[in-house]
Design a protein. Structure first.
Length: 137
């Protein structure tokens, strides 16, 4: 089975933060578990060249424009299917803002920064900001 990100009903297994998670104010709606980057405000990230927004944080709750949502750069999230344990996770390409893939983006100029590591076929440990931003060439 290929890796699939449901985009909804992701499970925050460990927020990776202390008793009170930091918050950001959204410039675009998001779902719990979406990755966020900053581009004229906090928005869902995307790997696609031309509209790329590098992932910086993971939303720990759903939110709409103007909402303040808790975030983390190192949560463990469940609810995925078909992940290859030990395999890397990247930001998705195309129009899947905030979603993840285990296929490294390969189009020249796409963001291909490693965002996390699959712990099992359903859980991913994220470590955003631990690696320099990278682009496909």
């Amino acid at each position: 089975m290929a890796f699939a990100d449901p985009g909804v009903n992701r499970l925050i297994i460990n927020a990776g933060v202390g008793p009170a998670a930091p918050t950001v104010v959204l410039a675009e709606a998001c779902r719990r578990g979406d990755h966020l980057g900053y581009s004229s405000g906090w928005k869902r990230g995307l790997a696609t060249v031309g509209t790329a927004i590098q992932a910086r944080l993971i939303a720990l709750a759903d939110g709409k424009i103007g909402d303040s949502v808790p975030v983390s750069s190192r949560p463990v999230i469940g609810g995925f299917t078909g992940a290859t344990p030990g395999g890397y996770v990247y930001a998705a390409e195309g129009t899947d803002n905030g979603m993840f893939t285990q296929t490294a983006p390969a189009t020249t100029g796409d963001c291909n920064t490693i965002l996390g590591l699959a712990l099992s076929d359903t859980e991913v440990m994220f470590f955003l900001n631990s690696r320099p931003d990278s682009l496909s060439s």
